[in-house]
Design a protein around this ligand. Sequence first.
Ligand SMILES: Cc1cc2nc3c(=O)[nH]c(=O)nc-3n(C[C@H](O)[C@H](O)[C@H](O)COP(=O)(O)OP(=O)(O)OC[C@H]3O[C@@H](n4cnc5c(N)ncnc54)[C@H](O)[C@@H]3O)c2cc1C
Length: 227
Amino acid sequence: MNILKQTALNLFENTLAKQGTVLAIRSWFPTTFYEVDLHFPMMDMSGWNRVQHIKIKVASGVYRDYTPAGWDVETRTCTLYIDAVQEGPGSEWVKSLSQGDAVVYVGVGATMHRPAESGKMIAFGDMTTIGHYLALQQLAGDRSISGAISIEEENHRIEFIEYFNWDITPVVQTDQGGFHGIAKWAKEKDFNNATVYLAGHIPTCVHLRKELKRTAANSIRVQGFWS
Ligand SMILES: Cc1cc2nc3c(=O)[nH]c(=O)nc-3n(C[C@H](O)[C@H](O)[C@H](O)COP(=O)(O)OP(=O)(O)OC[C@H]3O[C@@H](n4cnc5c(N)ncnc54)[C@H](O)[C@@H]3O)c2cc1C
């Protein structure tokens, strides 16, 4: 990195960066999926009527977006659910974390997703969207969210069912974003009076949106994560 870029980056971080602390970290088996409990004393969650995302520093000058789930207003804690199946600075970062580590973030922002005012809510995505939909479920309170999340590893599907008492079905992932597994699940479902949420792998969101536009869904709300 040249000196000018490094100076601009330092200025940006010094102005915007805030810190949190890792309280605990758990991995699923196989160890490509992580739950990270964090304390963020300074986090601005004033927009917490929509699912939020935070930009975290994962290496020098490198930031990745993750979704705070289970936000507790009193303790200012949350959990991040991070898929680390790919090779990248974000997955390397989460694998390196230990209890007590400091975590630097440079901002909190709102996503396109908040609970629908009425009707059914149906959510689709891959493992990167687990935290996102847990946050949506938290905001929806007693109203149930159904849908499907594509998961490649059989044991991860088992853990998903064991850990979450949820109306969301883990479906077998046979392609990069899980399009085929989700489309199969969606085929038999009734979308009448439903708001559909799509998130995760961007090309999969695009293909699913095209498919689901043929249904009776009220609206389809897309939040792409990665491609
Ligand atoms: C609003 C928002 C919220 C997000 N929230 C979460 C979250 O809560 N949890 C979470 O895990 N992710 C979340 N993501 C996605 C995450 O920021 C990206 O997946 C990120 O690119 C991963 O960074 P990386 O450095 O590990 O991989 P990168 O360096 O970005 O990518 C390396 C390679 O891996 C591929 N790749 C990236 N992610 C995956 C994947 N999951 N599976 C397979 N291949 C992949 C890329 O296409 C690329 O070829 C969110 C993204 C957005 C925009």
